[in-house]
Design a binder for this molecule. Structure first.
Ligand SMILES: [Zn+2]
Length: 217
């Protein structure tokens, strides 16, 4: 990803909430865990709502074998909110929607999201917030490693993360739509992070659905 510009749509406001609030929001819902979930620091969790997961799945054609578009790297922004459960000392970042960077240029091994492509993303974030009376800001980014590529943070990805997504609550998702692998990373050092997709029944992602209890780890 292009490192020249700073992400200007950050809003790292963290809302402190009760454990009950978190429980009400996330518990007893089906969850689909990232492939590196077990390696992640349990104090931080990226919770991806089905709306965001489906937007990503549609953009990258999750599970569809090598369409013209998804053979090349694709990516975009994830937007949402941050919550802090003070009693348990856990952070939850909630991905509400994903905004594809349609104007980014992808190759089989590289993705360049230019300033121009980011401005288009910002405009669509503004439009999303207006239309939904929301106040979402960028909480991270996603991109694909298509075809037979492994899912990991490459040295370029790590540089991008450090330059633009260096906040401790900034996330990166790397997904392979063909192998159906996805992993999540957090903060300036791109450490493995616990991420779950909250599915309400049918989701483009939930073919390997795993039931999991937020508090039984
Ligand atoms: Zn990458």
């Amino acid at each position: 990803m292009d490192k020249r510009i700073k992400i200007i749509k950050y809003n790292n406001v963290v809302k402190t909430v009760s454990s009950d609030y978190i429980e009400e929001k996330y518990k007893r819902k089906s969850k689909y865990m990232s492939n590196n979930f077990i390696e992640g620091d349990r104090r931080y969790r990226l919770v991806i709502l089905n709306t965001a997961a489906n937007a990503i799945a549609e953009h990258i054609q999750w599970g569809n074998m090598r369409t013209d578009e998804n053979r090349l790297e694709q990516g975009g922004a994830i937007i949402g909110y941050h919550y802090y459960d003070k009693a348990r000392d856990f952070y939850y970042s909630e991905a509400v929607m994903a905004i594809p960077a349609y104007l980014a240029e992808g190759s089989r091994t590289f993705l360049n999201i230019s300033d121009f492509a980011w401005i288009d993303v910002y405009n669509r974030i503004d439009a999303y917030n207006r239309e939904n009376e929301a106040n979402c800001s960028i909480i991270g980014w996603y991109h694909t490693h298509p075809n037979d590529l492994e899912v990991f943070m490459s040295s370029t990805d790590r540089e991008t993360q450090e330059a633009q997504f260096y906040h401790e609550l900034s996330y990166a998702l790397v997904l392979n739509p063909h192998r159906k692998n996805w992993k999540s990373y957090r903060g300036k050092d791109s450490v493995s992070c616990q991420a779950v997709i909250l599915t309400d029944g049918l989701s483009a992602f939930n073919q390997h659905l795993v039931l999991e209890d937020l508090y039984k780890e």
